[in-house]
Design a protein around this ligand. Sequence first.
Ligand SMILES: Nc1ncnc2c1ncn2[C@@H]1O[C@H](COP(=O)(O)OP(=O)(O)O)[C@@H](O)[C@H]1O
Ligand SMILES: [Mg+2]
Length: 298
Amino acid sequence: MGYGGVPVLRRLNLRIDQDDRIALLGRNGEGKSTLSKLLANKLQAAEGRIIRHSKLRIGYFAQHQVDELHIDETPLQHIQRLRPEEGQPRLRARLAGFGLMADQAETVVGRLSGGQKARLSLLLATIDAPHLLILDEPTNHLDMESREALVEALTEYPGAVVLVSHDMHLLGLVADRLWLVKGGAVEPYTEDLDAYRRQLLAGDEVKSEAKPLEKPKKISRDDMLALKAEVRRCEEILTKLNDMRDKLAKKLADPALYEDARKGELATWNAKYGEVMNGLDRAEAMWLAAQEKLEAAT
Ligand SMILES: Nc1ncnc2c1ncn2[C@@H]1O[C@H](COP(=O)(O)OP(=O)(O)O)[C@@H](O)[C@H]1O
Ligand SMILES: [Mg+2]
């Protein structure tokens, strides 16, 4: 399959079952979005065939989905169109379930924040309870609240999920199968996410044949112990930050916090959460660097 007769992906032989949770890995431009659109029936294969159950419902969410919203209509009008038979209370409850409260339900889309628009798009993509949900970089430009809501929704989602994301945390929570999109092929990735991330960070070609390594330098026993201590220290920091993140996420999942009267409190917790997430990024990078040094030395 490809564009204008030029193939991007060739000779795919893939199968998706109803409880599969698949992450598509691969560098930019390798064809993850192309495969997502093929699976979502948004693009046709030039050759070959796809067999789907005749009643299969598919939901598709990508960031540009937001551009397909009608900017002069409200979220309520959007779902009314899809669910004309449902009463206002039911529709409003659906919106609230995606964090769009009474005010936003009747604000025209053009005046909503990026995160609010993304949440509306996600609601529209999942309103039919699709058997297969395809998400192409869903967290890009999502605010923290929406990101947490998405993580929660996805981990509890009963159907099949195909997910493209650079967010390793999200991938780790959601995916239990990995497919690597590379060089026009799509194959199961045999290693785990950590291995994939290490390869990415090391700037290695993913899944490449082993390259000749630099000759390892002899290091002293003391240096070795210092390296090990550094790795342990990073792990302790990571554990602490992860705990903090989990606690904050729990706090932020409390609907009562989103009442108007508690706006200030919410802002404080949100800011704390942002700090912890930044800290986690830094701590992870430190841990990786320490780990690599240690590996190079042993
Ligand atoms: N609409 C299009 N027309 C022509 N080429 C496209 C189009 N969309 C994507 N491509 C090309 O197909 C290849 C795969 O792109 P894409 O599926 O977006 O990769 P990824 O999502 O992995 O970054 C790229 O070389 C890209 O330039
Ligand atoms: Mg893409």
